[in-house]
Design a protein around this ligand. Structure first.
Ligand SMILES: [Zn+2]
Ligand SMILES: [Zn+2]
Length: 423
């Protein structure tokens, strides 16, 4: 039996058994659905269902590799002509996927090799091969607790630092889900946000990421050779920057501050001067009355460079097209992710805070749904496979041609990742 037939049967059995546990998305009958089958990597879209049962029966019958529904609402979701779908509005969708940003653990678990000469390395692939200068790579991207935690922190940051204080949303407006692979989805459901154009969504993403902030508009200015900064009492980005500065100046060691300022691109003398004046500066910003910012050697240009670095620390790393494109499809909650075999798990904010996808102790939240009692034999087909840590156990690293015996859930994960086959 081929791997895809085997996995499809497993998915089918899962949907049959767990039918009652698959949640219904709000306004289900107004959503467009999309599926990628096991047989070929093509998205079948423009499908609509009048009720949840129709959808569940489709899952049981076809057991697709990937299952999606639209963030948008349409009066005719199954109409394949975008102009005749009867667009009614779109939720605001945020995708935080560790694949889109560099996490320090990538050098531990990501691998690449050149498709031309076979040169290999750790971490993200380089722009061009250091040996043959060609541009074609195979990138084996893996996951670990560390990077999934970084993605989780980004979602929590977005909710607590932006969506609740700046937009007045409450937990009732958020639908949070583990994506089943490398990150989390956050959906904001609200009638006002549903009516935003793509252009407004782009501006919203800029705001959340801290792109194109004008420090002059926030109040930074030079007057009579003095630099004036801004005050904590002004909400929005001004307040966020001041709070972040207070946090860094209060809780970081000199060495940590030095590393941060090196990352911001500031030179040695300036960093020395900053560390020397940091207590006075902390007092200035905390008092919230004076906004005269005095640090020797800090020009207006230095302040801007420094503040740009701080903004980067505060802003959220959002996958922009997902939030801006109103016709995008999003992975359906409760479905299985065909690249891992994990469940796309919906979570409340409280659940998210303690959620650990690769080692979740709460049975109701555990996204690793396949039982791990049975030991299964599989053969590694990728030239090398990084260590996988699941349920506190380490598996691998493995080399091509190795025949391994692993628990059922690990076998499914490696088969879904397409790095192994059934021998
Ligand atoms: Zn090469
Ligand atoms: Zn990692």
């Amino acid at each position: 039996m081929s791997e895809t037939v085997y996995l499809k049967r497993l998915f089918q059995a899962y949907y049959k058994e767990q039918k009652s546990k698959i949640p219904i998305v709000h306004l289900h009958d107004k959503r467009e659905f999309g599926f990628i089958p096991w047989e070929k990597p093509i998205m079948i879209r423009h499908i609509g269902f009048n009720n949840l049962d129709g959808f569940l029966n489709y899952l049981i019958k076809n057991a697709p590799r990937h299952v999606y529904s639209s963030g948008s609402l349409y009066s005719q979701p199954d109409n394949s002509n975008i102009n005749n779908k009867g667009y009614l509005g779109c939720d605001f969708n945020i995708d935080i996927d560790v694949d889109h940003f560099d996490t320090p653990c990538k050098v531990d678990h990501d691998l690449w090799y050149c498709k031309e000469c076979g040169k290999e390395g750790k971490g993200l692939p380089p722009k061009k091969c250091p040996k043959c200068k060609k541009l074609r790579f195979t990138h084996i991207s893996w996951i670990c607790e560390k990077c999934l935690n970084i993605a989780k922190e980004e979602i929590i940051k977005l909710i607590n630092n932006f969506l609740i204080p700046d937009f007045g949303y409450s937990e009732l407006n958020f639908i949070i889900a583990f994506s089943g692979h490398r990150g989390y989805h956050l959906k904001v459901e609200d009638d006002r946000i549903r009516q935003l154009s793509s252009e407004s969504r782009r501006e919203l993403v800029d705001y959340l990421a801290g792109h194109n902030i004008s420090f002059e508009i926030l109040g930074l200015r030079e007057y009579s050779q003095n630099i004036y900064g801004f005050l904590k009492e002004n909400v929005g980005w001004e307040q966020k920057i001041i709070l972040k500065l207070e946090d860094i100046l209060t809780n970081s060691t000199h060495l940590e501050i030095e590393h941060l300022l090196i990352k911001f691109g500031l030179n040695k003398n300036i960093i020395k001067s900053f560390i020397h004046s940091k207590d006075d500066f902390l007092e200035t910003i905390s008092k919230n009355e004076r906004n005269l910012w005095i640090i020797p050697n800090f020009t207006l240009k230095t302040w801007k460079k420094f503040l740009s670095g701080i903004v980067k620390e505060i802003g959220a790393e959002i996958d922009r097209p997902v939030s801006v494109d109103i016709h995008r499809l999003i992975r359906y909650p409760g479905s299985l992710h065909g690249k891992t075999g994990f469940n796309v798990k919906e979570l409340s904010l409280n659940e998210l805070e303690i959620f650990n996808p690769l080692n979740e102790s709460n049975k109701n939240l555990d996204p690793i749904v396949f039982q791990n009692k049975v030991i299964q034999k599989i053969e590694i087909i990728e030239c090398s496979v990084p260590i996988t840590k699941i349920k506190d156990e380490l598996y691998g690293p493995y080399a091509q041609g190795e025949i391994i015996e692993v628990p059922h859930n690990i076998a499914i994960f490696l088969l879904c990742k397409e790095v192994a086959k059934i021998p």
